[in-house]
Design a protein around this ligand. Structure first.
Ligand code: MEV
Length: 437
């Protein structure tokens, strides 16, 4: 089928749903019923969600869980996590508990500088452009006063603006490269508004300047923040004497520590492994980013660029054994907000921020980095000892049980059986089929 529609955004919600149901389903009533089943029974709340985006037809639920017992910089935190992958919250909670008796997590924000750029083409004398830029630089600050006033009151604002000559990369290409401090907001709107004003000032001043000849023109291509924020970075760390690295699956702590360090080294030098290794870190990072209403696409893009900053995609985390001490840490760039955007609009996001005791953006950076490190620790601990399938299949058992719509009695029998027997998809299916014979 090749379905196109004109004026879709102008249809009512009901008309949109009917169009979808009629166009793509052999049983349109059933499709409408599934869509409606996920509406919130509170009309006002549903309307709030409808208005977050265009053409909303319903809501896609993702479980919101919590991982308690995270000892971070000496304080216990419960971390909200929104994620569909079955083992992630369990792994986070386990790692949290494990490190709570070994000194906990230490997290430090290294810097919080954000970046934005005005990309433009100038076909004239670069020396002249440089003098022109230095002459008009104060105007970039003065002409953004109405935008920066509130941010300055909160201790933020524009940090610096530089002219960058990029002609070695693209003909006549220059940039205004600006840095910002945006305190507890992620700052996207603030930065983009400043940049668009910089662009307007640049064009206006160039037009009025007698430095340039008639043929020397400035043409702005675009003005936009960068989601690559290598100077907005947080570090999270755990460490303990090697002999304290014990638990059920770790009989020889030194052997475990050495294998763990090797696993990290492999991710440092081998991109195929690094991607999966970092994916495990992102399991923790994204879940907290989503739960706190932050922009996970921005965070993902920025973090993976950071993982490639030395020319090859590499591990975000590192580990070492020195003088009998095992240390495991990561550093990631994170541009987060705890005010503005969804943080003040979405009731569940607000609730999650309350669970985190209303953190500042810096505190949230610490929590997110810790969630990433905990997830990475849990994955590497399993991978270097029992393998991950044992834990994964245990969690997956629930999904299979649900898939087969097992009743309570069946549930108990299945769980009891697979406590003692190895879980595989086919073994569970076979067991259920036998039960139902
Ligand atoms: C699965 O979601 C994440 C892992 O693959 C991460 C890793 O391999 O380190 C277990």
């Amino acid at each position: 089928m090749n379905n196109a529609v004109a004026g879709f955004s102008k249809l009512s919600k009901k008309e949109k749903i009917n169009w979808i149901a009629d166009s793509y389903f052999s049983n349109p009533e059933e499709a409408v019923s599934i869509i409606r089943n996920y509406w919130n029974s509170d009309d006002k709340l549903q309307q709030l969600h409808d208005e977050f985006i265009e053409n909303t037809i319903t809501n896609l639920y993702i479980p919101l869980g919590v991982a308690p017992n995270f000892l971070i910089n000496g304080k216990y935190k419960t971390i909200p996590m929104a994620i569909e992958e079955s083992s992630v919250v369990a792994a986070a909670s386990k790692a949290a508990k494990y490190w709570s008796t070994r000194g906990g997590f230490k997290a430090t924000v290294i810097d919080t500088e954000k970046i934005g750029q005005v990309h433009f083409i100038f076909n004239g004398d670069a020396e002249k452009l440089n003098s022109f830029f230095n002459q008009i630089k104060p105007k970039f600050f003065s002409e953004t006063q109405s935008i920066t006033k509130n941010m300055q009151q909160r201790g933020g604002g524009i940090l610096d603006i530089q002219l960058k000559d990029k002609r070695n990369l693209l003909e006549n290409y220059f940039q205004l490269h600006a840095t910002f401090e945006t305190k507890d907001s992620m700052g996207a709107n603030f930065i983009n508004s400043c940049l668009e004003q910089f662009a307007a000032t640049l064009k206006e001043e160039a037009h009025n300047s007698d430095l340039f000849s008639e043929n020397e023109t400035i043409k702005v291509v675009m003005s936009i923040l960068s989601n690559y924020v290598p100077n907005c970075v947080v570090r999270a760390e755990v460490s303990c004497p090697v002999e304290e690295l014990t638990e059920k699956h770790i009989t020889n702590p030194l052997e475990f520590a050495e294998r763990f360090v090797q696993a990290v080294q492999i991710a440092e030098i081998e991109p195929f492994r690094a991607v999966t290794h970092n994916k495990g870190i992102m399991n923790g990072v994204d879940a907290v980013i989503l739960a706190t209403g932050n922009d996970f696409r921005a965070v993902e893009a920025g973090i993976h660029a950071y993982a490639s900053r030395n020319g090859q995609y590499s591990s975000l985390s590192h580990a070492k054994i020195e003088n009998g001490i095992f240390t495991f840490w990561l550093e990631i760039p994170l541009a987060l907000g705890t005010v503005g955007g969804l943080t003040s609009l979405h009731p569940l996001v607000k609730l999650c921020l309350e669970i985190l005791q209303k953190p500042s953006a810096k505190e949230l950076m610490e929590v997110v980095a810790v969630a990433g490190l905990a997830q990475n620790f849990a994955a590497l601990r399993s991978l270097t000892t029992t393998g991950i399938q044992q834990g994964h299949m245990k969690m997956h058992l629930n999904n299979i049980i649900n898939q087969f719509e097992a009743d309570e009695q069946e549930r108990q029998l299945i769980k009891a059986h697979f406590k003692k027997n190895a879980i595989s998809h086919s073994a569970v299916v076979e067991f259920i089929e036998n039960l139902r014979k």
